[in-house]
Write a new protein. Structure first.
Length: 114
C-alpha cells in the first residue's frame, strides 16, 4: 500500500484546512485509515481514525473541531476547523491492515499561526 498525503499549509488560528490521503496498491486489504501528528522531539500521536465500516475515533484534543471521512477504499480526508497553534505539527496518513501490518505516508506540515 502506498499513501500520498496532501493539503498541509500555513493558516491563522481559527482557520480551516483539509488534508487528503490517497491510497494505492492493495487498498481492499485496508481495515482502517488514520491521521497522526508529530512535533519535533515528541512521539507520533493519534489524531483520528476511521474503519472500513465508517466508525470513527478522535483524540480528545480535536473532538468537535476535526472530522475524518473516507471516499470509498481509496481516499481519506481530515477536515480541520477552528485550528489552534497547538495543532501545528507534521501530519501523517496511516493505513492499518493488521496488528503487524500498517503503512505510513510522507508527512504534510500544518502550521497554525497565532
Amino acid at each position: 500500500v502506498q499513501l500520498q498525503a496532501y493539503g498541509g499549509g500555513l493558516v491563522q488560528a481559527g482557520g480551516s484546512l483539509r488534508l487528503s490521503c490517497a491510497a494505492s496498491g492493495s487498498i481492499f486489504e485496508i481495515n482502517a485509515m488514520g491521521w497522526y501528528r508529530q512535533t519535533p522531539g515528541k512521539q507520533r500521536d493519534l489524531v483520528a481514525t476511521i474503519t472500513r465500516s465508517g466508525r470513527t475515533n478522535y483524540a480528545d484534543s480535536v473532538k468537535g473541531r476535526f472530522t475524518i471521512s473516507r471516499d470509498g477504499a481509496k481516499n481519506t480526508y481530515l477536515q480541520m476547523n477552528n485550528l489552534k497553534p497547538e495543532d501545528t505539527a507534521v501530519y501523517y496518513c496511516n493505513a492499518f491492515l493488521t496488528t503487524v501490518t500498517n503503512y505510513w505516508g510522507k508527512g504534510t506540515l500544518v502550521t497554525v499561526s497565532s
